[in-house]
Design a protein around this ligand. Structure first.
Ligand code: NAP
Length: 309
């Protein structure tokens, strides 16, 4: 592959930025990759493992002369980070973000965007429950969707260039309206995460009553919940606080459905339960046919087989 950006600056050096650094290096997509994280500890680890070509001690130094800047920090920190780097951005540069929520990030970033700098929001639908500078790997984005949510006045050439980078890292790209993105992700990712957090919380409560059996005999359903519920607390706190309306809408619908099934169980309504589970099984088949998961009986444990966020 050929170089797509001469200098890429990664702000935040966790799972997503780290995976981008590995993928860009593997495919030789950037002339130079600089990186910055707020804590000296993260910068030290990033230097030790050679995550980027250059780890800088300030965000200003990292973005100087960059033609692509990637904001890879929790959603709630995007606005402050953008305010900090704005005076140091090169004219004509593109800023993108990888946040799991789009509308609130756009609202936080746009007021700080200097004239002549492009902002193209994005979200890779790929992740694991691990975080930090050691968590990334080059194949994270392979065959995963990377949604771009351009604004009405987004420059087409800048968009096409970012699209090319994302595709070269192995992702499939699509474009979506930011508000629609937030609703879709509330259904496919945010509400399921909250349900997993809740279920593990219930089991933890039960464990205090029933001893260690919950952990010792944990079956596939619960184990999969615990993997999801091990995701980064800061990232997920921010996702819920910043995708409030859509998540509450979906959780309201979820509660209604739960009551329907609860009632069917209480009334012994086997046909209703059977019909419901037959419908949900068809959705699982659809996900496999769409290439979003595999039939492999490893419950998504290998990084290659993991669905994303
Ligand atoms: P991560 O591994 O936890 O890394 C987060 C990075 O952000 C760290 O370098 C951290 O710096 C920095 N950071 C944390 N709080 C900050 C603050 N208040 N100000 C400035 N920097 C801060 O996170 P990640 O999984 O890569 O997630 C990054 C972004 O990608 C998030 O917006 C998330 O919503 C999105 N995303 C995540 C996934 C996923 O599955 N993980 C998937 C798709 C998109 P220190 O290490 O110095 O604290």
């Amino acid at each position: 592959m050929s170089v797509i950006y001469q200098r890429v600056a990664l702000i935040g050096l966790g799972l997503i930025a780290g995976s981008m650094a590995h993928a860009m290096r593997e495919q030789a997509l950037a002339g130079e990759v600089t990186g910055f994280a707020r804590s000296p500890e993260t910068r030290a680890v990033a230097r030790e493992i050679g995550l980027c070509d250059r780890i800088c001690d300030s965000a200003a130094e990292a973005v100087a002369g960059a033609d692509l800047v990637v904001l890879a920090v929790p959603v709630g920190a995007m606005g402050d980070v953008m305010a900090e780097i704005a005076p140091h951005l090169a004219p004509g540069a593109t800023v993108t973000d990888v946040g799991s929520v789009k509308q609130s990030v756009i609202e936080a970033v746009l007021p700080h965007l200097p004239q002549g700098v492009h902002f193209i929001p994005g979200h890779p639908l790929a992740g694991t429950e691990h975080s930090g500078p050691r968590a990334g790997f080059a194949s994270l984005f392979r065959n995963r969707w990377w949604l771009l949510t351009p604004l009405p006045d987004t420059d087409e050439a800048a968009l096409a260039r970012l699209d090319r980078l994302v595709g070269a890292m192995g992702a499939k790209t699509d474009r979506m309206d930011p508000g629609h993105h937030d609703l879709v992700l509330a259904v496919t990712s945010h509400a399921p995460h909250l349900i997993a957090y809740t279920m593990v919380g219930v089991a933890d409560h039960l464990r205090r009553v029933s001893g260690e059996e919950v952990i010792q005999y944990s079956a596939a359903g619960f184990r999969d919940f615990t993997r999801i519920a091990a995701s980064d607390p800061t990232m997920w706190r921010d996702v819920f606080l910043h995708n409030k309306e859509a998540t509450l809408d979906i959780l309201g619908r979820f509660t209604e459905e739960l009551f329907v099934l609860q009632r069917a169980i209480r009334m012994g309504d086997g046909p209703q339960l059977h019909e419901y589970f037959t419908r949900t099984r068809a959705i699982r088949r659809g996900i496999i046919e769409a290439g979003q998961d595999t039939e492999a009986p490893d419950f998504g444990r290998s990084p290659e087989a993991r669905p994303g966020e």
